[in-house]
Write a new protein. Structure first.
Length: 269
């Protein structure tokens, strides 16, 4: 399909398409429409004419971007294409629920899309407005395999952050990529097993002083103790906040995501 074949030249020029909402409140960009159809060629044509549509949420009820729509309709090849182009992987602050494309893939139980989208979140999980992660959502919905994949990804992201923080604290953060590439991102494993000369050789760390510092795991034990103390304090603060907070927030988020699936269907027909 070509842009001209949409039969709505005025809407294409203005950047919006009526999504058929009986309330007249939902409008899509042409790119969102192409994503729902699964028409990758049309999506490419539209982006060639207006690259700003890649990040536009238009007037969709839940502040959906093109990537949200492609995920919602299970269009894997378009999801891949949009990710390569740098599509927005979060939801604007003014979104109703704040669900990311990854949250949507989890709600649908779509493992292939979950795995595709994870590449867009190398530093940890996105959260809804009330702080619900895709992992927490998967557990609540009973998607066991998806929750395991997300938990593994989340743990790896935390390990990499912790490794980077330790290396930065001793002035060696430039070696973080070598540690990660060699599979030594888990600092607890490092503390238990140490680093040998052969490992440092493979990581191409040559300066004698740097090798000695790293091989001695300089200040790593102290670093972990401080982190444990900070984490314990944070947990206490979170417990205090939750005891006086609204216990229905998570339920509201999940309900919003599920309503999203049915509401967008009716609005898009």
């Amino acid at each position: 399909m070509k842009v001209e074949e949409l039969g709505v030249p005025e809407e294409v020029r203005s950047g919006y398409l009526d999504a058929g909402s009986p309330r007249g409140t939902v409008a899509w960009t042409p790119l969102q429409f192409a994503c729902a159809l699964g028409d990758e060629e049309l999506a490419e044509q539209i982006l060639a004419q207006d690259e700003h549509q890649l990040h536009s949420v238009s007037k969709t009820k839940y502040s959906y971007s093109a990537l949200h729509v492609a995920t919602r309709f299970g269009q894997a090849s378009i999801v891949d294409s949009l990710l390569k182009k740098g599509a927005m992987t979060t939801t604007p602050a003014d979104g109703v629920v704040g669900a990311s494309p990854l949250h949507i893939a989890v709600v649908q139980g779509n493992m292939p899309l979950v795995q595709r989208l994870l590449s867009a979140y190398p530093h940890g999980m996105p959260m809804t407005k009330n702080g619900t992660t895709p992992y927490e959502l998967a557990k609540r919905l009973g998607h066991v395999e998806i929750s395991q994949v997300l938990q593994d990804h989340e743990q790896r992201a935390q390990n990499k952050e912790q490794l980077g923080n330790w290396l930065a604290s001793i002035g060696m953060v430039e070696y973080a990529p070598q540690f990660e590439e060699a599979g030594f991102e888990d600092v607890h494993f490092l503390l238990a097993n140490g680093l040998t000369d052969s490992v440092l050789d493979r990581m191409k760390i040559e300066k004698p002083g740097h090798r000695m510092k790293l091989q001695s795991l300089y200040q790593l034990k102290e670093f972990l103790q401080v982190e444990d103390e900070d984490e314990a304090e944070q947990e206490e603060d979170d417990d205090d906040e939750s005891s006086g907070g609204n216990t229905s927030d998570d339920e509201a988020s999940e309900q919003g995501l599920e309503e999203d699936s049915s509401d967008e269907d009716s609005d898009e027909d």
